[in-house]
Ligand binder design. Structure first.
Ligand code: ACO
Length: 435
């Protein structure tokens, strides 16, 4: 926060004429906030803001979004530059430390992550407890939470070194666990990590190699995977990140907090949207059906929405969607997929929607999920894995927020209040006297 001369706002109770003054706090970018921490103690009122559409829940230095301009910065660096010039582990390091590493720091970080890529052999047995047809996200919630039963030496949140090791473990092990969830559902043997590969290469190797055949990672696909991971690495105080922070505010261990984040991400309004986009594109089938689908999306009496369009924060083109569209083309070209009907439908849908008054007026643009499903499907991932890939990438952001919160001297347990509209006090009536 800046130390600029203090501005204030005054709140007036129109019924009594009472007035209270609150400080305005300025960040380094973005809207200022009204500091309402003393609202209740000073006024006897709570603020009511379901969905937190106007509430800042914390102070953070990690990610900045300007939704009106379509800007996303991690530690000040634009997302498209990071996606095009960096690699995922470097972005994860940037999110944690606040700085792009020099060559020695980068080597050290990569070494620290890769030395933790394997999971405890006994943890592997957890998988056989799940049904083969279990959704891989259900498996992820379980096994990531279970890490706390295996790594007792890194769950003391008051020990900075243990926090650091837990962060490394989470970032290192999440692709291994995700690939195992994939292999388990496919009925194939687990593949151990290969530490000479990059993060993205290693993940593809663990997902797609089989013991019966040699496997060489396709560099174009690894490049795309790296970009997809970077584009999903963090996104400020979204639902799953806020869940991680809220879980952590009670002092819960890091593995439990990230498992809570995964559970939240699973919801279709959050990480599950790319699956919904793909289903929608498949159901459209051909370009001539697009006008009909756009008409349905605009119809107030129809609950149908154009999936992959609109965002709570972005009222402009999602900067991640632009990179995703380009990556989609690269992957389909590499795989020799010509005239992919899903991509053609998506591009035509985007073209028509962006010219349509309804979408222009409501500022509805394609979001990050609009193209990612097409890419992931072309790479060979089933739809059930899409959100899992999101969770792999977002772990870097979750861990950075978890660390930031624990380092905040003003840390408090998260405890929202409510507007109670239930029954008022009444006397208990014994069952035999109830009507
Ligand atoms: N198709 C048609 N109309 C839409 C769409 C859409 N995709 N999105 C919003 N609208 C309309 C709403 O009907 C509403 O119209 P009204 O003002 O006439 O009532 C108006 O635009 C505002 O919509 P809200 O739901 O109030 O906006 P909110 O910011 O709460 O919702 C959300 C954002 C949930 C993402 C929404 O745009 C949506 O449902 N999109 C489709 C699902 C999707 O793609 N989700 C992925 C989000 S990105 C992510 O989580 C990684």
């Amino acid at each position: 926060m800046t130390d600029a001369p203090h501005r204030t706002v005054t709140l007036t109770d129109d019924a009594t004429g009472k007035k209270w003054t609150f400080p305005i706090l300025d960040g380094s970018m973005g809207p200022s906030v009204i500091d309402t921490r003393k609202l209740y103690s000073g006024t006897d009122f709570f603020a009511h803001d379901p969905g937190f559409t106007s509430t800042s829940s914390c102070e953070s230095k990690i990610t900045f979004i300007d939704g009106d301009k379509g800007i996303l910065l991690h530690r000040g660096y634009p997302i498209d530059e990071l996606a095009n010039k960096s690699d995922f582990l470097e972005v994860a390091q940037l999110l944690q430390t606040g700085e792009l590493p020099n060559a020695a720091e980068k080597r050290e970080w990569n070494k620290n992550i890769t030395m933790h890529t394997m999971v405890h052999e006994q943890l592997i047995r957890f998988y056989s407890g799940f049904r083969r047809d279990a959704h891989p996200m259900a498996v992820m919630v379980g096994v990531v939470g279970a890490l706390s039963a295996f790594y007792h030496d890194s769950i003391d949140i008051n020990d900075a070194r243990q926090r650091e090791i837990a962060s490394h473990r989470l970032i290192a092990k999440i692709p291994t666990l995700a690939a195992m969830a994939f292999k388990y559902s496919a009925g194939q043997p687990f593949v151990y990590p290969q530490n000479h590969l990059t993060y993205a290469e290693n993940f593809l190797h663990m997902c797609f190699s089989v013991p019966a055949e040699p496997y060489k990672v396709n560099p174009v696909l690894a490049h795309a995977m790296n970009k997809i991971f970077i584009l999903h690495a963090d996104h400020e105080q979204n639902a799953s990140t806020s869940t991680v922070r809220l879980a952590s505010s009670s002092g819960a261990n890091p593995f439990a907090c990230i498992a809570a984040g995964i559970a939240c991400l699973w919801g279709p309004a959050h990480g599950g949207a790319n699956e919904a986009v793909l289903r929608m594109l498949m159901s459209i089938g051909s370009k001539d059906k697009i006008p009909e689908i756009v008409k349905r999306a605009k119809d107030k009496d129809d609950t149908f929405r154009l999936m992959g369009f609109g965002h709570r924060v972005y009222k402009n083109y999602d900067p991640r969607a632009k990179v995703m569209q380009q990556t989609c083309r690269e992957v389909l070209d590499e795989l020799g997929i010509k005239n992919d009907p899903l991509l053609e439908t998506a591009m035509e849908l985007e073209r028509i929607a962006l010219q349509d008054d309804y979408f222009i007026q409501k500022k509805l643009y394609p979001n990050v999920d609009f193209y990612s499903g097409i890419i992931l499907r072309a790479m060979g991932f089933p739809m059930s894995m899409f959100t899992v890939l999101f969770a792999v990438a977002r772990t870097a952001g979750w861990v950075a927020h978890w660390q930031e919160q624990l380092n905040d001297p003003e840390r408090k347990i998260g405890r929202p209040r409510q507007l109670y509209t239930g029954a008022t006090t009444r006397a208990f009536v014994p069952v035999e006297q109830r009507e």
